[in-house]
Design a protein around this ligand. Structure first.
Ligand code: LLP
Length: 425
């Protein structure tokens, strides 16, 4: 459930009309809803009641400081994958002891900063990374808490670019090797094994692959504990899908996901960590855009909008579906006037297509459209391709809103470059 709905004939974010934001901030613009972020976080956390569970928001999904601060106040931890995300989480008020550090390519400088901050754990993905971490921790005279991310070789049944749990993927330590690497941890002086970590992919709409992977991990944890390793946490990663297309996808509810986890864990004496990203932020945001031109092609209708692939990359990168709704609620006449249109942006690539032959209503230049489910992997994946400035972000809270990232000026954008002296006159 989200808080973007039609009221008095137009779509609102909570109690703020989207047309007001378009008028006052300009388009394209990302709009996030506080109430939706809170609701998703509470529903998700609530699904683990009775367990010792830490919900670490995957910062990569949406790293805006205002979004992170909203979640920090809900008690969220953070799953970070770079020193940049670590600083963002800390500055948003997420305590270091609620932060886990994932990713296959952590640099020694990033490890150092995370050790200084005192994070909860490093999710280590290879033996060379383990050795590097041991070295850095040794130089600092500390012991780094480690969970090995194991690769369970399970097919997540999601888009191939966001599946991570098969043996051919770059992620995690090969299943068969993992026990030996835990023994290696014991032999090294400045790392200590506190947990096991797994993450098999993103936008999963079926519980079965999760269950398969989690059962494997639980049996590995039991074996490791029996072998004398003091494993206290299991990090189950993120990945629970959301309904992008309400007519097509019915992902399992957080409660069903939580119940499955409870039954798989049984009475294993371990706390759990969860790393949801999309589930918290995805449907808490929209991309608001204006229709620039209606172009009648040879045999197609093009709706050319002012947002482009550089603002929302998911359709170009994963052929992802985003529901695109007119901000003005279609009246009865308009609802009957259904057309098929290609929604495209201004970038000079055919891939700059948000939707092909999408059933929609007749619209006119100047009309506003909302790309739903854009709160996760939207703004964070934006670029300035075609020298388009990064677009602003707005956070709504009830009847008010704040610009939480301003639109940069062209001077800001061009000023990032420097022209060497020899080209100056
Ligand atoms: N934990 C780890 C280690 C991850 O790699 C990810 C996502 C998450 C948690 C959060 O997954 P979520 O709950 O959001 O599914 N850009 C792609 C998604 C990439 C996901 C990468 N890892 C997209 O737009 O669909």
């Amino acid at each position: 459930m989200d808080h973007f709905s039609y009221k008095n004939g137009e779509m609102h974010a909570e109690d703020v009309p989207l047309s007001q934001i378009a008028r006052e901030v300009g388009t394209p613009v990302y709009v996030y809803s506080t109430a939706t972020l809170q609701r998703h976080f509470r529903v998700f956390s609530g699904a683990f009641e009775g367990l010792d569970a830490l919900v670490c928001f995957a910062v990569k999904a949406n790293s805006n400081q205002a979004v992170l601060s909203t979640l920090a106040r809900e008690g969220a931890g953070a799953d970070v994958v770079s020193v940049g995300e670590l600083e963002r989480a800390l500055r948003a008020g997420i305590p270091a002891e609620r932060i886990v550090f994932s990713g296959v390519g952590k640099k020694p400088s990033e490890m150092r900063r995370a050790l200084e901050a005192g994070i909860k754990q490093f999710n280590v993905e290879s033996e060379p990374e383990l050795e590097a971490l041991n070295h850095v921790a040794g130089e600092m005279g500390v012991v780094a808490p480690v969970s090995l991310r194991v690769n369970p070789d399970v097919d997540a049944k999601t888009h191939h670019k966001i599946a991570t749990g098969k043996s051919e993927n770059k992620f995690g330590i090969a299943w068969a090797k993992a026990p030996a690497v835990y023994s290696q941890i014991k032999a090294l002086g400045n790392v200590s094994a506190v947990g096991v970590d797994v993450h098999i992919g993103s936008q999963l709409t079926d519980l079965a692959p999760f269950k398969l992977a989690f059962e494997k991990v639980v049996s590995m944890v039991a074996d490791l504990r029996a072998a004398g390793h003091d494993i206290r946490h299991i990090d189950l990663g993120g990945g629970l899908g959301i309904p992008y297309d309400p007519d097509e996808e019915t992902p399992p509810s957080p409660v069903a996901y939580g119940d499955m986890i409870k039954s798989v864990l049984g009475d294993l004496p371990c706390s759990i960590i969860l790393e949801p990203g999309r589930l918290i932020a995805g449907n808490a945001g929209i991309l608001l855009s204006e229709l620039l031109y209606v172009k009648h092609g040879e045999d197609r209708l093009f709706y050319i909008v002012d947002a482009a692939m550089n603002d929302l990359l998911r359709p170009a990168m994963y052929d992802a579906f985003h529901n695109i709704l007119p901000v003005a609620e279609p009246g009865d006449n308009a609802r009957n006037a259904v057309v098929e249109a290609d929604f495209v942006g201004p970038v000079c690539e055919t891939g700059d297509t948000f939707a092909k032959a999408r059933k929609t209503v007749l619209m006119n230049p100047g009309d506003l459209v909302a790309f739903k489910s854009a709160g996760a992997y939207g703004a964070v994946m934006a670029s300035t391709y075609n020298s388009r400035e990064l677009i602003p972000e707005v956070l709504v809270n009830g009847g008010s809103y704040a610009v939480v990232r301003a639109r940069p000026s062209l001077d800001d954008l061009i000023g990032l470059d420097t022209v060497p002296d020899w080209l100056k006159d």
